[in-house]
Design a protein around this ligand. Sequence first.
Ligand code: GDP
Length: 641
Amino acid sequence: MLDFFTIFSKGGLVLWCFQGVRGPAATAPVNALIRSVLLQERGGNNSFTHEALTLKYKLDNQFELVFVVGFQKILTLTYVDKLIDDVHKEFRDKYRNEFQQKGALGLLNGTFDFKDDFMRLLRDAEESSKVRAPTVMKTFEQSLKSQKTVKCMIETRGEKPKEKVKNKKNKGSKKEGNEAVAAPTKGSVGDKQLSAAGDKEELTKDEILQKNREEFFRRHMKAGEKSRSPKPDAQKEKGKKPRVWDLGNSNAKVLDYSNSATNGSAEACPVEEFDPDMALGDKNREPGRLYDLEYESDDEAEEEKVIQNPSKPSAKKGGLGGMFGMLKGLVGSKSLTRADMDPVLEKMKDHLIAKNVAAEIAVQLCESVAKKLEGKVMGTFTTVTSTVKQALQEALVQILQPQRRVDVLRDVMDAQRHHRPYVVTFCGVNGVGKSTNLAKISFWLIENGFSVLIAACDTFRAGAVEQLRTHTRRLNALHPPESHGGRTMVQLYEKGYGKDAAGIAMEAISYARNQGFDVVLVDTAGRMQDNAPLMTALAKLIAVNAPDLVLFVGEALVGNEAVDQLVKFNKALADHSMAQTPRLIDGIVLTKFDTIDDKVGAAISMTYITSKPIVFVGTGQTYCDLRSLNAKAVVAALMKA
Ligand code: GDP
C-alpha cells in the first residue's frame, strides 16, 4: 500500500529507504517536500501533497533526521501516523549510539540494516488498524432524540426565564428519568419536576401555536411602529443633496468626463497646477534606485533608549523582552520539549495575530516552529524564549524571501535584446492603488532609461483614463523629451470607455512594438474577486496578451482581506482561463504600507499562502514612494512589541 518510506538526515544523506512494489521513485516527491515545505517553513501540519501522492513526515531535531512516508492520495491509510512514530522510535533507539558517538561521520559510513524491523512495524501498524472495527451507526431508537417528546421541543415565548428554568429542570429530570429505571423513587424533587412538565403538557398543540402567533404579531406591530416613526416633513422634502467639498469643483458638469465628445481626448482634461517637488517627495535620493523598506530593529530602539536615559534602569518594557520576559529562564543543555515551548508559542501566536497575521497562518507558523525545535538540544546559556524567537524570526524571513526572484530591470533588458516590449499587467480590486503604483513604477522605469507605454484598459470606472492621463502628463513634465535625447519617455494608449479591455491591451502592445517602447504597463479595471464575469474577462486579457509579469495589487491596510483577494484572484484566473496551463499571478504590489504602522502581518499571510513574491511596496503618494521588500524590515516590525 505504501509507495515509499525514507529516512534521511537534515544534511541530505539518505540513510535508509523502503520502496513499494509499484510506487514511483521517492526522489521527486521528497525533493518537492524539501523545497516547498521544509525549506519554506510550512511544516505546520506534517502532510504534503505532490501530484498523486500524499507525503507524511516527521522531524527528529535531536539527531537531525527526517522520516518521510509516501502513498497514493486517494487512499485513506489510518495507520500511517502510528507507523511513522513507531519507525522513528525504533530507528533512533537502534542507532542511537552510532549517532551519538560518531556524529556526521557515523551517518556517512553507517549501514542501516533496518528492513526486517520496518516490515515488522508495518505489519503491526496494518494489523492494529484492522482491529479497530468500524463503528456502527446508532439507530434512531438508540439516540437521545428519540426520547424527546414533541412538546418538550416547542418553546413557548413570553415565559422565557421561567421556561429556561423549566428546561433545565427537564434536562435534570431526563437524567433522573434514565436513572429512574434503576431507582424509581427519587423523592420530592422528582415529583416537582414531573408536575412542572405536566403543566406544560396541559396546553394543546393548537393553543401553543395560537399563543406563538399572537406573540409574533404583537412584536412585529411594535417594530413597525418604531421604524415608521415620523420624520420631520421639511427633512423629507429636502431629499439628498450632493456634498460640496471645500477644494472640489461644485459644478458636476465639469467633472463629467463620460460625454463621448470629450471621452479620451487630451484637450478635455483641465490643466491644473502641478508641483514637481510634491510629486517627487524625497529629493536626496539616488534617481532610478529602488530603495529597500527601512526598518528600525527593536534592539536598536532599545539601545537608543538606554543612551538617552542613562539614569533610568534599563527596564525592558518594550521589545520581546516584555512579551516573553516572564518566560525567561536558562534551560541548559537539555532537549526542548513541547511543554517547554507551548507557553512561549502561545504568546507568539497571539502577538502575530495582533500584528495582522491571519490567525490560521499564525497557528501553522507556530506549529512549524515547534516541529522544527522539538527534541533539539539547546546550548548551555540559551533560553527557551530566545531559541523559539530566533527560530520564528528565521522562519518569517524564509517565508518572505521569494522562491522565484522577480528582477524587472533585468527582464526588461532581456526583452529589449529580443526587440519586443516587456509587458506588465496590474490587477486587483478597486481603490487599492493600481493606477497610482503603476505611475510610480513608470517613474522608476523612466529613471532607469526605459520608455513606457501605459495602456488604459480600465474602460469601466469613470475618470480612470483621465487619472492615467494626468500621471502621464506629470511624468513627462518630470522627464521631458529634451532630457532624453528627444524621446518621449511615457505615453498613454487609450480608447476611452466601454471597449473590450483585452483588445485595447493587444493594440497597445503592438503599438509599443512598432514605436519601440521598452515597457507596456497595462492598467485593468478594479473588480471584486467573487465577480465571475469580470474575472473571466481578466483571465481572457491575460491569456490573449501573455504578459511577462502579472502583478496583483493589494493594500496592506485591509490585512487579511487582501489575502482573501489574492487567493481568489489566483484561483479565478485558474478557473476562468481557457488555456490548458492557465497564467496565474506572478507577484504582488503591496500598497499603502505607510498607513499600517507595524501591523505588517498581511505581507506574511500573503506570501505564506500563495508563495508569490512581493515585488514592489507602495509607501506613500509621491512617485518616489516605491520600495522593494526587505524581509528583515518586515520581520523586525512584526517582532516589535
Ligand atoms: P485604483 O482604483 O486601484 O487604481 O487606486 P488608485 O490608484 O486610484 O488609488 C486609490 C487611492 O490610494 C489614491 O488616493 C492614492 O493616492 C492612494 N494610494 C495609492 N497607493 C498608496 C500608498 O502606497 N500609500 C498611500 N498612503 N496611499 C496610496
